[in-house]
Design a protein around this ligand. Structure first.
Ligand SMILES: [Zn+2]
Length: 332
């Protein structure tokens, strides 16, 4: 069954704790509960990740990122607002020099098998097995077909995969995106044959691929770009999905909830001077995209919306991703 809704989880920021849009938390997050305490009603919905293997401390100390420790710490965070727990996604390597698809097949498959083992272990041992998403790091179409069929054979119906890691290197950027959609094409093939499977995409979720993700039957995604670009890079998202550095802006007109509260001049100055204002605006833009996607899903017009947005984004590789997914749909 195709996905019927799409939910985006942004990076959690304590300074914006009054916003109620969904957030992603790492399994070792300590601030979230400190901010909300026992006020579960006041919390945003959240997805609890298995942590970034490529970031500190785990890049240096992978022994802190075991399936047991991930589940134990995730379960301390679980409450009525928790939508999902991602199990240990095992990388082929902790190094980031070589993209995953360039490793030997046997090394890639070994990592995927380990990921599958971790997911099955979590299913046996979790207090809330219904919340689990089996986590994988997948780099090719064939690997994805292999592991999704195998996971489905043993009764797993919720998958999660990490993406976007090599998009930070200019020489891999386009290929990284294409590989992500190869994996999602494989997911769609398996979905066509097996029925209901939910898919969570972790990372690789910039604003300009949200429609494509939903079109690929992804039901949820998390990404840091809306928050990170506003904070670290001083950039704001435009209505057409591109990023502009706020200090380069000459004028500003934005109908988002955050900007429309003040006149154009004040809104522009706030974006230039306040990281928080940039993040608020970026989050609003993501929300607007998400709402439009869900409306299109309800009205069965997602293909039209995706094509319209791709014309605005105007990126050749995104059209190639679209074609890949469209081919899997013609068999439905
Ligand atoms: Zn705005």
């Amino acid at each position: 069954m195709p996905a019927t809704s799409f939910l985006f989880y942004r990076t959690f920021l304590p300074a914006l704790s009054e916003l109620d849009d969904a957030v992603v938390l790492s399994f070792d997050n300590k601030t979230f509960l400190r901010v909300y305490g026992t006020n579960v009603q006041g919390m945003p919905e959240h997805f609890i990740h298995s942590g970034n293997f490529f970031a500190l401390p785990y890049s240096k100390r992978p022994e802190l990122r075991t399936k047991e420790r991930i589940l134990a710490l995730q379960e301390r965070l679980v409450n009525a607002k928790t939508n999902g727990l991602m199990t240990l996604n095992v990388p082929v390597s902790y190094g980031l020099k070589t993209p995953i698809w360039q490793y030997d097949t046997k090394d890639r498959l070994r990592a995927l098998e380990e990921g599958l083992k971790a997911a099955l272990w979590a299913k046996e041992n979790a207090k809330h097995p219904d919340l689990l998403y089996a986590g994988f790091e997948i780099g090719t179409y064939d690997d994805a077909m292999y592991i999704f069929n195998k996971a489905s054979d043993v009764g797993l119906t919720r998958f999660a995969a990490g993406f976007g890691l090599f998009s930070r290197f200019i020489q891999f950027r386009n290929e990284d995106k294409l590989k992500q959609f190869e994996v999602l094409a494989a997911f769609n093939h398996v979905l066509n044959e097996r029925g209901t499977i939910e898919f969570h995409v972790s990372g690789g979720s910039a604003l300009n691929i949200l429609e494509l993700l939903a079109y690929a039957n992804v039901s949820s995604a998390d990404g840091s770009s809306a928050v990170l670009t506003g904070l670290a890079y001083g950039s704001v998202l435009t209505a057409s999905g591109s990023l502009i550095r706020a200090n380069k802006l000459k004028e500003w007109g934005c109908d988002c909830e955050s900007c429309s509260g003040s006149d154009k001049h004040t809104a522009l100055n706030q974006l230039k001077s306040s990281p928080e204002a940039r993040v608020r605006h970026n989050i609003c833009r993501v929300r607007l995209s998400e709402a439009r996607i869900n409306e299109a899903l309800r009205e069965n017009t997602l293909a039209e919306l995706t094509e319209r947005r791709l014309k605005e984004y105007d990126k050749k590789e995104l059209w190639r991703c679209y074609t890949m997914i469209r081919k899997t749909k013609s068999r439905m």
